[in-house]
Design a protein around this ligand. Sequence first.
Ligand SMILES: [Zn+2]
Length: 79
Amino acid sequence: MPETLPPQEARRAQVVERIAAWRDFRRGSITSITGRCGKANCRCHQPGQSGHGPNFRLTRKDQGKTISETFSNPAAGPA
Ligand SMILES: [Zn+2]
């Protein structure tokens, strides 16, 4: 049995540590979103524009309800 953790194990431990340190940690999933908004005159509807984003959406369950929160980057966290 090696005394040091394999690299992927160490990395996983770091990630778990980071998540645990995140204030107000909640179970959920984060997805990134790119796309066009509802404003027809917005630049994202112009040809050749890639649209908005990426924005990050956190989807989680709260007391049986699915709640989605959108925030501009992963560091910002839900508002
Ligand atoms: Zn737009």
